[in-house]
Design a protein around this ligand. Sequence first.
Ligand SMILES: [Zn+2]
Length: 480
Amino acid sequence: MEKSQEGLTVKKDENFSEWYTQLIEKAELADLRYNIKGFLVFQPWSVLSMEKMFSSMEKVLQRKGHSPYFFPTLIPENNLKKESSHIKGFTPEVFWVTQGGDNVLEEKFALRPTSETAFYQMFSLWIRSYKELPFKTYQRANIFRHETKATRPFLRSREFHWIETHCAHASKEDAMSQVKEDMETTKEVLHDIFGLPFMFFERPSWDKFPGAEKTFAADVLNPDGKVVQQPSTHILKQEFPRAFGVTFKDKNGEEKTVWTTCYGPAISRIFASVMIVHGDDKGLKFPWDIAPLQVVIIPINEEVKQKAEKLKLEIEKFASVKIDYSDKRPGEKFNYWEMKGVPIRIDLGLKDLENKKITVFRRDLDKKEVVSESELIKKIKKISEEITKNLTKKADNLFNNKIKDAKNIKEIKKIIEEGGIARCNFCSVEKEGEKCAEIIEKETGAQVRGTKLDEKQKPNGKCAICGKPAHNIVYIAKSY
Ligand SMILES: [Zn+2]
């Protein structure tokens, strides 16, 4: 891995695209040379972190009453066809399995592009009474979509790794409470553990998930002012569970169709946001709980080996730790582990040790501190508690001054060009406003992301585009 030993040769804010590609290659996150377009080989450094991301998310979901399942990867064509807008939305992206060995199959099977039509098939057998509702499930799975847009590793590939929750509810109100719970979960996990700032929007009617009545999504803000869509939650049209006969008997014994919701945190895509939001010109920076490795010890001289081993045993009790015995020069080791984003590095030198001192480097602040040997463990624990908070605070600050009010298309354009998010009065996020959204996209290259779910202000005045009375306040941003 000679290549990974040289640092990044471009600056993040000068050539983001190249920075991103170099980081994936040099920090050994994924190998892009697999011989199917749009598919990548995830390497240990990203897998170890994503494993932790999965488990952070699953822990919260289980605490909130979701039960885990593993569903088949294949979905019969008949299932997919049952709800017309769903199949229409997904057909262009479905990979089909048509053959088993030499035999052409009687029915085609889809490699799941999402699993509503698999879960609802079984919900119809499992759910009988209002007493079983809400019925809350999830699975971690890989998903296949023959993306027609340009693919980009982690952000948009043809196979990705996600969690999908599928829930059935007795009423639309209960479905809406689930959306709010999903928003809370996004905050608890993406913001508080992964350090990612986001806004939670209800998407305009023209930008809904195929088959959804309402679509909500978290947009994570990148340092360059663009947003990346992260978990989305959908309240599906009732036609959807109806098509599968997912019904229950209510309190009065009356047969009713459930309301369903689904929430899809795509871990491999969220990993991209972790790279982009926290990374810098030297490489990655990991929040503490999702770092593939939390502490690395660099023995500067041969004589400190014993001391290094002793320290490792102590640190192992509360953090993942490794000693770098490779034959690289200390400076090369420093650069390597900084690029890998390891939160804490301990430089063990003979001279320091003679004075009962140890040098600790923290990647969140890129700062070296010399501490007395007796204080070291306490110091590491303290830093471990501060790292995620520091990264989160820095990321949150991105939002400061990024959101600006606009009164007309000219102002929207200016805000977008300066890397901001424009907020304005808007005629309507229902069908009749689509024209205005198209004008915005054409003039500025940015999209109407939607209305904020927890918006405090009321729209008043006229649509910034067409001048008709405004019914909504919308947010406009460029996206990846
Ligand atoms: Zn308008």
